[in-house]
Design a protein around this ligand. Structure first.
Ligand code: 5GP
Length: 196
C-alpha cells in the first residue's frame, strides 16, 4: 500500500451509499504533511508537462490544490459553485451534478483567470461518477486552454468516472483507487498501483 492508501485504510470510514468519509485528514480536518506527499507525487507523475495553472473546484479541492501548486510553482484557480442563474461579468459556466449532495450546481470561473495560453492541471479530492471533472474539463475547453493532466487523491474505481475520463484520452492519475468497500465490515480494497 502507498502512503495515501495506508492512511485511508487507517482513518477512512465507509458509509452506506458508496460514500467514503475521510474528513479526519482530507475533507474537513486537513493533514498538510500528507498533502505535501501528494504534491510531491503529482509533481513526479506529471513531470515534463508544461503546466502553468492548477484548476480545482470548491470546497474540498482547494486545500489539496494549494499544496500541489507549491510543487509546480503556479497559481490555483478554483471553480465556484453557484446556485444563481444570474451570473455577473464574463464567466465560463458548466453544470455539475453533485455525487454527495445529490443536486445540480452551476460552476463558474471568471474569464479573467483562464485563457487559451493556459496549460492546466486539474486537481480534485475524489473521482466518483466524473461529473465534477467533466464540468472542469468543459470550462478549460470553453477557455480554449489545454488540459495537461488530471490528478485525483481518491478514485472510486467501482464507479464509472475513471473509465469515462481515461476513455476520453486524458492523462488521469489517481493516488489511491478504491476497488471495493463494504459499509458493514468497514473493509476497503485498493486496485494495484506502482509502489510510491
Ligand atoms: P463525481 O462528480 O466524480 O461523481 O464526484 C466527485 C465529487 O463528489 C468530489 O469532488 C467529492 O467532493 C465528492 N465525492 C464523491 N464521492 C465521494 C466520497 O465517497 N466521499 C467524499 N468525501 N466525497 C465524495
Amino acid at each position: 500500500m502507498n502512503f495515501l492508501e495506508e492512511r485511508i485504510a487507517k482513518d477512512g470510514i465507509v458509509k452506506e451509499g458508496n460514500v467514503l468519509k475521510v474528513d479526519s485528514f482530507l475533507n474537513h480536518q486537513m493533514d498538510i504533511s500528507l498533502f505535501e506527499q501528494m504534491g510531491a507525487e503529482f509533481k513526479r507523475r506529471f513531470e515534463g508537462a508544461p503546466i502553468n495553472k492548477i484548476l480545482t473546484i470548491e470546497a474540498s479541492g482547494i486545500g489539496i490544490a494549494s499544496i500541489v501548486a507549491r510543487y509546480f510553482d503556479v497559481p490555483v484557480v478554483f471553480a465556484k459553485k453557484s446556485h444563481t442563474i444570474n451570473l455577473e461579468g464574463e464567466m465560463y459556466v458548466a453544470e455539475v451534478e453533485s455525487f454527495t449532495h445529490r443536486c445540480k450546481n452551476q460552476v463558474i470561473v471568471s474569464q479573467k483567470f483562464l485563457s487559451p495560453e493556459d496549460h492546466v492541471l486539474i486537481i480534485d479530492d475524489f473521482l466518483a461518477n466524473g461529473c465534477a471533472l467533466q464540468g472542469l474539463i468543459s470550462i478549460v475547453n470553453s477557455a480554449g486552454a489545454t488540459v495537461e493532466g488530471i490528478g485525483i487523491a481518491i478514485e472510486k474505481g467501482f464507479q464509472q468516472g475513471g473509465r469515462i475520463i481515461r476513455n476520453l484520452g486524458y492523462h488521469l492519475e489517481s493516488l489511491a483507487i478504491v476497488e471495493s468497500m463494504d459499509a458493514a465490515t468497514g473493509e476497503i480494497c485498493f486496485a494495484r498501483q506502482p509502489e510510491l
